[in-house]
Design a protein around this ligand. Structure first.
Ligand code: 3H9
Length: 698
């Protein structure tokens, strides 16, 4: 009926197939096509029932998110669903793989839903800063009850077929050919004379134990910290609440109002930006998608500390066999012990089954001998952050590994080019910067050296995806993209302490902005000693005229390395993780201000945010201009997935666009006047302000 929707007859059943690659998004041509097919089937006297099915990868990934920035064009998804409602013949949705968002809402508008065992259904709108907008908050509670519906809507995660069947989202799971199964199901419905089965006509099911009686209060509390500052989760709850207290049509009107409010909000715009930026990051302009890649069947990790262990778990979780090498038998045993402990915690929290734990542990082999890793297709070095040590490891790897093995380093700051040239295969050397804990954090900063080949880049970027990570390609500079920006951000945080603020005040302002924690709490969690060692190494090359805050060094000199030593920027109760402001640190900070002759003053939250965030943005602009990141969106993705930048603000450079380049430049110039070199305006920021553009426009 249109290029993307087909109609055919199979006996007395009309089959409508959505075929809109890659994910059958419900854009205008699809909506028009389904609408027209429904018209045709209604008028066909020989058709007794209809099947709605998707071709290709999935049933449907929902509304076409790209259309949200344009005025809606009829028929809307809701109007298509109303057309199904008014259809005098039963309509059966047949789902394979994913039915998400508007895709599931379309299926909920049908009389019955059957699924292949691969089916996964969900309403992920909340992850885009949205409320489901085509009846999801009304039909789902009617079908499965408000408690389970709230869990599906607020979690945003897809529900697998078996669970969807148990909940009542699916009426049947069909093995074998889905289209055949759907036609047979349709014929059965007609033969049995089953009446129309419209979800809208059902009563919303009030909460039952264990959700009763205060399911909504508990949902609000449950989303707590996770939903801090977000508008969509609360509106999702209110909309589901409306399913119980308002007539269907009125609750639907409200749902639409909430959806539009969210769609137009900066928050949803930011979250939609992140959705696309995340996918865009996988594209490397000079490395075409069909570039030959090295097939990675087996990996090795060198160094079995916290990082090495986390990386090994990441490989095993993705089903890739991995050797873990540590030349010290003791360190190896400790590392393997850490891996076992991590998996045991996963089992006890119900995240993985015993069988999975066994299978994954079986993929990990420890060795103290380089000969044992000869067959690896990629080796990731995660030894101590020392250039000489890393060079030695790479020379050994170059000698023992087969010729096409990729040699990667997990360094967070050292020069990948310098490491690469110590080998006879610099084209196969790259940085793979994981973030701690490596098996949890989704970011991988993939560092391309001067000599890294396109094949190596394509292989490592592909590997990131296989590992379930978001790989972002960056160039070589001190700290790469993420840590170089982090340095600019924490440097300002430290200067603020010298000028009058306290750690808890800075942390609160950053937390209130939406980060999971401020820089000092983060420092205590990550450990302060690594940064201290890096600073000591750099001390000789530091420009003596450059402003330098000694506070962090003094804290380390006291043996306070953060949570692991029970004290850092804060103090901690024995075994506790709650940072407690420490008068001793306040005394130290005030003492440093005195020493430096700085008159302490009242510092407000606004200044804290400007100083920390604008330093971050200014540095990001320099990095972009220097070509060390491919796009502004890549920097946003790095900061969201590696550093906890609030997703509803879209990352530092998206946030900069919402504030305006000219506003930020004015502030940066003012700060440059008072706080010196660190705020030297980035030329790119100046250009954007002059041209009235943003980082993401043009
Ligand atoms: C909604 O439905 C609102 C309704 O309540 C109300 C309506 C009135 N639109 O992720 P992939 C693109 S809101 C447009 O790499 P995978 C994606 O950008 C929507 N484009 O594949 C990529 O393009 P490119 C609620 C979309 O196999 C390509 O498809 N739905 C959409 O790893 C492949 O994507 C969601 O939030 C879309 N809806 O994962 C689901 N979806 O190749 C969003 C994907 O140019 N989608 N694209 O980079 C997903 O979660 C995943 O894409 C999915 C497949 C799991 C489906």
């Amino acid at each position: 009926m249109t290029d993307v929707v087909r109609y055919e007859r199979r006996g007395a059943t009309g089959v409508i197939t959505i075929d809109n690659p890659p994910v059958n998004a419900l854009g205008i041509p699809v909506r028009k096509g389904v609408f027209a097919c429904l018209d045709r089937a209604e008028g066909d006297a020989d058709v007794t029932a209809l099947v709605l099915i998707g071709a290709g990868r999935c049933f449907s990934a929902g509304a076409d998110i790209r259309e949200f920035s344009r005025p809606p064009e009829p028929p809307t998804v809701r109007e298509v669903i109303e057309k199904i409602r008014d259809c005098p013949k039963p309509v059966i949705a047949a789902i394979h793989e994913t039915a998400l968002g508007g895709g599931l809402e379309l299926a909920l508008g049908c009389d019955y839903r059957i699924g292949a065992p691969s089916a996964r259904v969900g309403l992920p709108e909340v992850k885009l800063g949205l409320v489901p907008g085509a009846g999801g908050t009304q039909r789902l509670p009617r079908l499965i009850g408000v408690g389970p519906a709230l869990r599906v809507i607020l979690g945003g995660e897809p529900v697998p077929a078996a669970e969807a069947l148990a909940l009542g989202i699916l009426d049947e799971v069909v093995e074998g050919n889905l289209a055949d199964g759907a036609v047979a199901f349709a014929e059965r419905v007609v033969a049995e004379g089953r009446p129309a089965h419209r979800t809208r006509d059902l009563e919303a099911k009030p909460p039952k134990a264990p959700d009763a009686p205060d399911v909504f209060d508990r949902a609000r509390k449950g989303i707590g910290r996770r939903a801090r500052g977000l508008i969509a989760p609360d509106l999702c709850i209110e909309s589901v609440e409306n399913a119980l207290r308002l007539p269907f049509d009125e609750a639907m009107r409200k749902e639409r109002e909430f959806f539009v409010r969210c769609r137009e909000s900066d928050q949803s715009k930011a979250q939609r930006h992140v959705f696309f930026a995340e996918r865009q990051a996988a594209r490397i302009p000079d490395v075409p998608a069909d570039t030959a890649v090295i097939s990675i069947r087996r990996a090795a990790v060198i160094g079995c500390g916290t990082m090495g262990a986390g990386i090994a778990i990441t490989f095993a979780n993705a089903g890739i066999p991995v050797h873990v090498l540590d030349v010290s038998r003791e360190a190896l045993d400790a590392g393997l012990g850490l891996i076992r402990k991590t998996y045991a915690a996963g089992v006890s929290r119900g995240r993985i089954s015993e069988a999975d734990r066994e299978a994954r542990m079986d993929l990990i082999t420890g060795t103290a001998d380089y000969a044992g890793i000869r067959d690896a297709d990629i080796v990731i070095e995660a030894v101590f952050e020392e250039m000489d040590l890393k060079k030695k490891v790479f020379q050994t790897l170059d000698r023992v590994c087969k010729a096409d093995t990729i040699l990667a380093t997990n360094t967070s700051s050292l020069d990948v080019n310098e490491i690469a040239v110590t080998t006879a295969r610099p084209e196969k050397v790259m940085g793979t910067h994981f973030f701690s804990p490596a098996h949890v954090m989704r970011l991988m900063e993939n560092v391309r050296g001067e000599k890294t080949s396109k094949e190596t880049v394509a292989s490592v970027m592909g590997l990131s995806r296989r590992l379930g990570k978001i790989g972002v390609l960056v160039g070589v500079c001190d700290g790469f993209v993420g840590n170089r920006m982090y340095h600019a951000y924490t440097r300002e945080a430290n200067f603020l302490l010298e000028e009058g603020a306290l750690p808890q005040q800075v942390d609160k302002a950053i937390y209130d902005f939406g980060f999971p924690m401020g820089p000092f709490t983060t420092g205590d969690l990550a450990g302060l000693d690594v940064g201290w060692r890096i600073r000591q190494r750099r001390a000789k090359t530091r420009d003596p005229d450059e402003r330098y805050s000694p506070i962090a060094d003094r804290i380390c000199e006291m043996g306070r390395f953060g949570q692991k030593t029970g004290a850092g920027w804060y103090r901690y109760e024995k075994g506790g993780r709650t940072p407690i402001p420490d008068p001793e640190i306040e005394k130290l900070i005030v003492g440093v201000s005195d020493e430096l002759g700085i008159q302490r003053r009242e510092i407000g939250d606004r200044e804290i945010l400007e100083r920390c965030l604008y330093a971050l943005i200014n540095e990001g602009a320099k990095i972009l201009d220097e070509g060390l990141a491919l796009r502004a969106g890549d920097i946003d993705v790095i900061w969201i997935y590696g550093y906890g930048f609030p997703v509803h603000r879209g990352g530092p450079l998206f946030h900069a666009d919402t504030v305006g380049a000219n506003v930020i430049l004015d502030a940066v110039r003012r700060l440059h006047g008072t706080h010196g070199a660190a705020f030297k305006p980035a030329p790119l920021l100046e250009r954007l302000a002059r041209e009235g553009r943003g980082f993401h426009q043009g």
